[in-house]
Write a protein that binds this ligand. Structure first.
Ligand SMILES: Nc1ncnc2c1ncn2[C@@H]1O[C@H](COP(=O)(O)OP(=O)(O)O)[C@@H](O)[C@H]1O
Ligand SMILES: [Mg+2]
Length: 254
């Protein structure tokens, strides 16, 4: 069936009620001495539940800044982010930490594991900080996730004893431990070679699918973005294109 992809509204039938992520008029400026640098200049989009969004754009276009704002790791200069209906951008840190812990799993390019904790302890950390309790259930979930990512026999290893790909697989398990509705990943394969990178990606997509998570992934690998449902491209702090991938558009038309 013929369709002009540029005219497909990339959010699909999103309403406030079904959007897991709502970004409205988001701006971020940073004062640098006497100058003000505008990093994000007004970003708007909504992400429906379960969608896999690839954020693309060249280095310096504002991708990491945007992801940090989505995660509530940073405060915007103007505009707002709502996660699951909760406006997070201006919450006091204690409230924000609670919402973030329950709502968002984050995967960084540089893994960000705690070096003094084992793989199992790293995965358990968000559980211990956020969950209300059942230690045994947390342990079972952590072991299951580590086994899922192929690290069943490495649970007691420290990060320094693991390869980059293995460390990132630990970070994946950690991102999913609390069953967050949203996972945000900033170039998660950026430090890995092609083989390890595609393995990590495959595991991330499998987890995403089996857990029904909404996934926002920053990448500048066009191959990787082909797996996404939707591509949002940034340039100089603005969205210059926001389209469903051809695969997803066909699904919706059918
Ligand atoms: N804390 C900061 N101070 C000054 N400039 C910053 C800061 N953080 C980011 N920038 C600038 O903002 C722009 C966007 O950065 P970033 O979001 O990291 O882009 P990307 O992830 O797309 O490479 C870059 O030009 C970067 O140098
Ligand atoms: Mg970046």
């Amino acid at each position: 069936m013929y369709m002009n992809l540029s005219r497909v509204r990339a959010g699909g039938q999103v309403t406030e009620a079904t959007a897991v992520i709502v970004v409205e008029g988001l701006r971020k400026s940073i004062r640098n001495g006497a100058r003000t640098v505008d990093i994000l200049k007004g970003i708007d989009f909504e992400v429906p539940r379960g969608q896999f969004v690839a954020i693309m754009g060249s280095s310096g276009s504002g991708k990491s800044t945007l992801l940090g704002l989505l995660a509530g790791l940073d405060t915007p200069t103007a505009g707002e982010v709502r996660l699951n209906g909760t406006a997070i951008s201006y919450l006091p840190e204690d409230k924000l930490a609670k919402v973030r812990g329950r709502t968002v799993g984050f995967v960084f390019q540089s893994y960000q594991l705690v070096p003094t904790l084992t793989a199992l302890e790293n995965v358990l950390l968000p559980y211990e900080l956020n969950a209300d309790g059942d230690v045994d259930a947390g342990l079972r979930r952590a072991r299951e996730l580590l086994t899922n990512v192929g690290l069943g026999d490495r649970m007691d290893h420290y990060p320094v004893q693991l390869s980059g790909g293995e460390q990132q697989r630990v970070a994946l398990a950690r991102a999913f431990i609390l069953r967050p509705p949203i996972v945000l990943a900033d170039e998660p394969t950026g430090n890995l070679d092609t083989v390890n990178g595609s393995h990590v990606l495959e595991l991330l997509l499998n987890l995403n699918r089996s857990e029904g998570t909404t996934l926002v992934l920053v990448t500048h690998d066009p191959m990787l973005a082909d797996y996404a449902d939707r591509r949002i491209v940034l340039r100089d702090g603005l969205v210059i294109s926001d389209e469903l991938t051809p695969k997803k558009a066909e699904e919706l038309v059918r």
